[in-house]
Design a protein around this ligand. Structure first.
Ligand code: ATP
Length: 409
């Protein structure tokens, strides 16, 4: 026997539940797909093009629908000799300016031995390289900018690309931009001229309800799992939880996958509603941890203070005691000390994120009303996140020892 053996599994093909899997049908999006078709039709008819802006919350099918439409468009365009179509897809999740997007586009269009570096050129120089590349390709060049909201209000590229032909920078190519965004504010923050051209055709992807999620999930579940391993309530529960929370198909698929994985990890043979509930809790925890990682140094300092009280069994703790300890914490980590009122503001942020629970006390006339706080997440996970920041190292170590001290008693 080797060290690794194929695990007996409820999964027939778990990859079907993976993010990257392209389903052969897009469900529950007939209206949006029809709008998409109409917006792309001018390419086939050699009519003037308009740019397309696709928006909606995360997991609502924007990317999968765009891939699907482009695949069909590419296939059908081949039937027409006078339609020249090329596609360029750039994910902008790590690109925070027009300059960076332009560099990424140039590199996407160029062969691998003519790549340019991300620094050292002027923006105009990179734009010119981009226009040159577009002209070399010629014909309609469909440019998909996924997660375009990352460029914020630095929207020069969205101004320049659609006007490059009219302004005489390119002659042979007709660029068409599809911008995809899950940030509703993004469009509002664009300059009016850019907004008008980018959003000539707008397609909104609303969140899914439970029924729609069921119809997306069932065919995937059927392919992903062996027959008869899913209890009847598994898919509806995944759909219901995701519909209540975000309306995201990604979340629903993730729940289904994690439920299956729990079964596999426990060496069980059937997936039940309880596995889905466990998966939901697991997803929730990882979201909480993500929220914790994104806090500012002051947020982390307040959290660390509360962790220290927790390690010493001093919770729930009153604001003023917490503030005293906070001052020693910031001294140790060499951070600024903010006033008590602002520490309270951080505490209420932490409460909103689900990291902290607040109790309101009312102790007679003299004591008045006051607040007490305690952690609502595991001390271990707090300390793990905090130890990712180097300046916290020493003090996190101290708190950890306090926990061990407690264990001994
Ligand atoms: N209508 C649908 N039919 C089939 N599968 C879908 C549908 N909508 C979403 N999915 C699936 O849900 C997952 C998330 O969808 P997608 O990546 O398209 O979301 P998105 O709107 O682009 O999200 P984000 O804004 O976070 O990128 C994918 O695995 C996709 O296959």
């Amino acid at each position: 026997m080797g060290m690794f053996e194929r695990t007996a599994s409820v999964f027939d093909d778990a990859m079907v539940l993976d993010e990257e899997y392209q389903p052969d049908k897009i469900r529950e999006r007939d209206e949006e797909l029809e709008q998409y078709r109409q917006a792309l039709q001018p390419i086939i008819d050699n009519r003037p093009l308009s740019n397309i802006f696709v928006y909606g919350k995360t997991g609502t099918g924007k990317t999968v629908a765009t891939r699907y439409m482009i695949d069909h468009l590419q296939e059908d365009a081949e039937h027409y000799d006078d339609v020249a179509l090329s596609i360029t897809w750039v994910g902008c999740e790590n690109l925070s300016s027009s300059y960076q997007v332009a560099v990424a586009l140039v590199n996407e269009l160029r062969s691998s031995d003519h790549q340019i570096s991300t620094t050292g050129h002027s923006q105009q120089a990179v734009f010119n390289m981009l226009y040159t590349e577009l002209d070399k390709i010629g014909g309609t060049v469909l440019i998909v900018l996924d997660e375009i909201d990352n460029i914020g209000s630095d929207d020069d590229i969205l101004y320049g690309l659609p006007r490059a032909r009219a302004n005489g920078y390119i002659e042979d190519a007709r660029p068409l931009v599809i911008g995809i965004s899950n940030d509703f504010q993004f469009k509002e923050n664009l300059s009016p001229k850019v907004r008008d051209t980018l959003c000539e055709a707008e397609i909104l992807f609303p969140p899914y309800d439970a029924t729609e999620l069921n119809s997306i999930l069932y065919p995937r579940a059927e392919k992903a799992f062996y027959d008869d391993v899913l209890a009847d309530d598994v898919v509806p529960l995944c759909s219901a939880f995701a519909a209540q929370d975000t309306g995201s198909a990604r979340q629903a698929l993730r729940l289904l996958y994690l439920a299956g994985k729990r079964v596999a990890d426990n060496g069980e043979t059937n997936v039940t509603g309880d596995h889905v509930r466990g998966a939901k809790e697991e997803l929730h925890q990882s979201k909480v941890i993500e929220g914790m990682q994104k806090l500012t140094t002051q947020g982390h300092a307040v959290l660390l203070t509360l962790a220290s009280h927790t390690a010493n069994s001093e919770t729930p703790v009153r604001t003023r005691d917490l503030y005293d300890r906070y001052k020693t914490v910031t001294e140790k980590i060499d951070a600024d000390t903010i006033v008590e009122r602002r520490v309270r503001a951080h505490l209420s942020d932490l409460t909103m994120l689900g990291l902290v629970t607040v109790h309101e006390r009312n102790e007679g006339l003299n004591a008045g009303r006051y607040h007490e706080y305690e952690l609502s997440v595991q001390l271990d996970s707090v300390l793990e996140v905090l130890s990712e920041e180097q300046r916290f190292d020493d003090i996190v170590e101290i708190v950890k020892q306090q926990v061990h001290g407690m264990d001994r008693t």
